[in-house]
Design a protein around this ligand. Structure first.
Ligand SMILES: Cc1cc2nc3c(=O)[nH]c(=O)nc-3n(C[C@H](O)[C@H](O)[C@H](O)COP(=O)(O)OP(=O)(O)OC[C@H]3O[C@@H](n4cnc5c(N)ncnc54)[C@H](O)[C@@H]3O)c2cc1C
Length: 397
């Protein structure tokens, strides 16, 4: 998912150009042509649990837990064709609206005018820095990246910015184990479901003990493994990759265990880093092979991804899986009310998981809130109208 700040800035520039200069703008969902060309989700049978919050029981709220359980009870979903389909279907919508999508275009900083208002972004193009000016900048890079790295230093200490940063901290990092297998899901008996494997009944204690352990001992005390087979959830998989399947395992990880290697180049880190990574991969694989003994002899390759991998590929501060931590502090009504799309810097808006909650659904809600704030229009009402129209059209057919 590499929709960068630049793309969003360009999109908003365009949206603003077509929005009448009244207090409220027109309904952006009024034209069906602006909707993605095809539904992204699989049919009901294939819907499975995909949303997780990454916080232990005593640190989360009842409301958050209820939201997740409800999500699961309704049946979660998996994008047909994998998560890259989300970008694939979103890009034409941006382009149709006159926007442009740039990849490998790291935003170096947010530009401010003499009045301290956001007026564009400075983007890295190879070794060059290119300045792009626009009336509104939207950052989907997360609260920490935006405030701590993209704003000029003088603005980082504005009281509004400091106050928001003081309310949250990066969430838990995860270690990923990517497993390629020979055989179809039927051959291997893989289900399109998620497995949460707990090794203790007291998750709070087990997690506390685990993260305070020396890193060499930690692989023997993994408190929880999340295991899923993405290939089994995707109805298009078999025609694209015949006779192959995948499994992924995620396990909680302390960033500190890997921190000493963060300055080393990705893919060329010292042997100590690889040894530590391998110890978590091996510990996970031994559990997986016990749970799925039928996979013996079918494993083609296994790759581990540490919090530093997340940091490199996802630009996630301290390798956090779900952005700012979803702990009790973050979910306090005062904090929730303070984390708004409208930032303390005029013309700078935040979107994505850090202004609502994590996961695809959380990030999408963040985008709706952000767009509503910019367009000064309740897009939830517009969506409701669109939903009714789509339902009515379906009934007619
Ligand atoms: C391993 C893993 C598994 C997950 N599984 C699920 C799941 O099953 N279901 C689910 O709902 N959620 C899942 N999530 C969480 C989900 O991916 C996030 O909650 C969601 O992607 C957040 O969306 P976002 O747009 O807010 O941020 P992101 O998706 O993190 O997007 C932010 C983007 O900003 C870019 N960026 C940062 N800095 C800059 C810069 N300076 N210049 C340009 N671009 C920049 C980043 O490269 C990134 O592409 C998972 C996350 C991980 C890491």
């Amino acid at each position: 998912m590499c929709l960068t700040l630049v793309l969003l800035a360009l999109l908003v520039l365009l949206l603003l150009a077509v929005v009448p200069k009244t207090r409220s703008s027109q309904n952006p969902f009024s034209e069906d042509v602006k909707r993605p060309p095809a539904p992204l989700v699989t049919d009901k049978e294939a819907r499975k649990k995909v949303l997780k919050q990454g916080v232990t029981p005593s640190h989360t709220t009842f409301a958050m837990h209820a939201l997740l359980v409800d999500h699961y009870l309704q049946g979660a979903f998996y994008p047909r064709g994998g998560s890259s389909e989300i970008a694939f279907h979103t890009i034409p919508v941006i382009q149709r609206a006159g926007g442009a999508v740039l990849t490998r275009a790291t935003v170096q900083s947010i530009l401010l005018d003499s009045a301290g208002k956001a007026c564009g972004v400075s983007v890295k193009k190879g070794q060059e820095l290119v300045k792009i000016y626009c009336p509104v900048v939207i950052s989907s890079a997360g609260l920490f990246n935006t405030y701590e790295h993209l704003l000029p230093e003088s603005v980082r200490c504005l009281p509004g910015v400091k106050q928001q940063l003081g309310m949250v901290r990066p969430g838990l990092g995860m270690f990923s184990v990517f497993i390629c297998l020979r055989g179809t899901k039927e051959d291997l008996g893989l289900q399109s479901t998620n497995y949460y494997v707990y090794f203790d009944t007291d998750m709070d204690k087990a997690m506390e003990r685990y993260v305070s352990m020396p890193r060499e001992k930690a692989p023997e005390h993994i408190p929880l493994l999340f295991i899923a087979s993405p290939s089994s959830k995707d109805p298009t998989w078999e025609e694209r990759f015949p006779d192959r399947s995948t499994l992924i395992a995620l396990l909680p990880m302390a960033f500190e265990w890997f921190e000493e290697w963060q300055e080393e180049p990705q893919g060329k880190r010292s042997t100590g880093y690889e040894t530590l990574k391998n110890s978590f991969v091996e510990a996970s694989m031994s559990v997986i092979m016990k749970l799925f003994p039928q996979l013996e002899g079918k494993v083609e390759s296994v790759t581990g991804g540490s919090p530093l991998t997340n940091q490199f590929f996802l630009a996630s501060p301290r390798g956090a899986t779900y952005g700012a931590d979803h702990d009790l502090g973050r979910l306090h009504p005062h904090v929730m009310a303070s984390m708004r799309a409208k930032s303390p810097i005029p013309n700078l808006y935040l979107t994505g998981q850090d202004i609502f909650t994590c996961g695809l659904m959380g990030a999408l809600q963040g985008a709706l809130l952000c767009s509503s704030a910019i367009l000064k229009r309740n897009l939830y009402s517009d969506l409701k109208v669109l939903g009714s129209r789509v339902q009515a059209q379906r009934k007619k057919k």
